[in-house]
Design a protein around this ligand. Structure first.
Ligand code: HEC
Length: 482
């Protein structure tokens, strides 16, 4: 089983007929690598945003939704501390001084909730239609137009909370209580459902299994649904933890780099020195879908756990991954990405190809059945506003044994047929027989163009053939022209 995966990245892609790729990949496989998307151009300021939506303050405040659709916001809106989406669909933004409601038109207005609250909240989250707000030692739930403050004489609570955990079947909001305890309060009646005594947690979050994760003294712990609490080893000191009640696992900051932990293992280390060459993030958060949003030196990146980055190739006989990336450049995330893989003559025609949608989910392809040769991989992205963008690049699928049909003829079609087709002025080279007849001259002109006394081929192409194609021509001769 081979998988095709694409990702969007901010680097230039070769257009059809563009420069040859120095190290083309062969087979395409997937790995459990994460997808790292750049979600905006150079971003000087991006608010650490909790919640459903992501906001980018580069070209003015702009909301990029989880589906890639973007809305320009009222320019007077300051970068928010937190944002979430109410069950009514509107966006709620929390800034230093205000609680704002943003409608579908991008216009912000003060939330009527603020009038009901004695102070501006500092934290905000949504869970199953309820809006939760916290400040200092106060915690409020807004449900169906009713604002309720959770207040417990016996167990003073903090406005720092994680909502959506479960104790048994009951959803709870976890807050810090007296004496460093973590207390799970029923989201409906506020009754204490569970207590982790002397947890002395520095930070806490819940996952979609209702488990509570917390850090204490640099270690990470997890409370199972049955009440057991385990330490989860992450190989470094862990202080900050973020998660979503709608996504598995949590992100934990270790040595400055957030890592994703699910179960007992670190599943992803994606953001940090060496991970993608961008250095440590200067700030990060997690959205409701469990994706990491990190502010980096040159961009804002959004990392989806366990999704591959780029098209990964593996050379036959060699268990080596070769990453290539199809790049989509845009100020926002595409709402939908489709791909096609076809044999193409750049600028001329493409044979009927293979196609699929949503490549990030991984589409199965079968290179051995398709045959080797040069393929054109195209990806088209549709953005929320109806705009589309297309990119593409050449990839090479190399068969175990180079054959005329699978390898050489496609190479001929791609690189030579424009001038050497049947009936052309230059010597026709459209048949296997003609290639055998002219093989020595072809090798001279294409494999060793620097040494030949004749005109190198392809005519007028100063780069000549990519190395892999030169090797293919030699391999075909070595195999006695199959
Ligand atoms: C842009 C047009 C063009 C392309 C593309 C091109 N050729 Fe040529 N080719 C020519 C021309 C024109 C000649 C005649 C020039 C000469 O006398 O050397 C020629 C000559 C040749 C010859 C010598 C033929 C003979 O009769 O001795 C060979 C072999 C050849 N090409 C191979 C190739 C191969 C293989 C490719 C693809 C990898 C290729 N060419 C791509 C235009 C092209």
């Amino acid at each position: 089983m081979w998988l095709l995966v694409l990702a969007c990245a901010r680097e230039a892609a070769d257009p059809p007929g563009g420069g040859p790729d120095p190290a083309p990949p062969a087979w395409i496989v997937t790995t459990a690598a994460p997808a790292v998307e750049s979600v905006a151009g150079p971003t000087t300021a991006a608010a650490p945003v909790l919640g459903y939506a992501l906001l980018v303050w580069d070209i003015g405040p702009r909301l990029i939704g989880p589906d890639g659709a973007s809305t320009d916001l009222d320019p007077s809106v300051p970068p928010p501390l937190a944002a979430t989406r109410a069950h009514t669909g509107e966006l709620i933004l929390l800034t230093e001084t205000d609680l704002l409601t943003v409608g579908g038109d991008g216009l912000a207005s003060p939330s009527p909730l603020l009038e009901l609250l004695p102070e501006v909240p500092r934290t905000l989250a949504e869970f199953e239609g309820d809006l939760w707000l916290g400040a200092g030692d106060r915690l409020w739930r807004w449900r169906s137009g009713v604002l309720a403050e959770l207040h417990r004489e016996d167990q003073p609570i903090s406005g720092h909370f994680a909502v959506g955990g479960r104790v048994g079947a009951r959803p709870v909001v976890w807050v810090e209580g007296a004496d460093g305890a973590l207390v799970g309060l029923d989201v409906d009646d506020g009754a204490g459902r569970a207590t982790i005594g002397a947890a002395n947690a520095d930070d806490w979050a819940v996952d979609d299994s209702g488990r509570l994760w917390f850090t204490a003294g640099g270690a990470l712990f997890r409370r199972e649904a049955n009440g057991d609490v385990w330490e989860v080893p992450v190989g470094a000191e862990a202080w900050w933890v973020e998660g979503s009640p709608y996504a598995p696992g949590v992100w934990v900051e270790t040595a400055g780099a957030p890592v994703h932990v699910a179960g007992d293992v670190v599943t992803e280390t994606t953001v940090g020195p060496g991970a993608d060459g961008r250095g440590l993030p200067t700030g990060w958060t997690v959205d409701d879908l469990g994706r990491l949003i990190a502010r980096r030196s040159d961009a804002l990146t959004r990392t989806t756990v366990g999704r591959p980055l780029g098209i990964l190739g593996i050379l036959p006989g060699e268990a080596r991954e070769v990453a290539t990336t199809v790049s989509l450049v845009g100020p926002e995330l595409p709402a939908e990405v489709t791909w096609t893989l076809a044999r193409c003559v750049p600028g001329a025609w493409c044979s009927e190809g293979h196609e699929g949608a949503n490549p990030l989910a991984g589409d199965a392809v079968d290179p051995p059945a398709w045959g080797g040769g040069t393929w054109w991989l195209a990806a088209e992205a549709a953005f929320g506003d109806g705009e589309t963008a297309a990119v593409g690049r050449e990839i090479r699928l190399i068969s175990e044994v180079a054959t005329w049909l699978a390898d050489v003829e496609p190479l001929f079609e791609l690189r030579c047929a424009a001038c050497h087709g049947a009936g052309s002025n230059a010597t026709p080279l459209d048949t296997k027989e003609s290639w055998i007849t002219f093989y020595a001259s072809i090798v001279d002109r294409t494999v060793y163009p620097e040494e030949t006394l004749a005109e190198p081929m392809p005519f007028g192409d100063s780069d000549g053939l990519p190395q892999a194609e030169r090797e293919l021509i030699l391999a075909w001769g070595d195999a006695d022209f199959p």
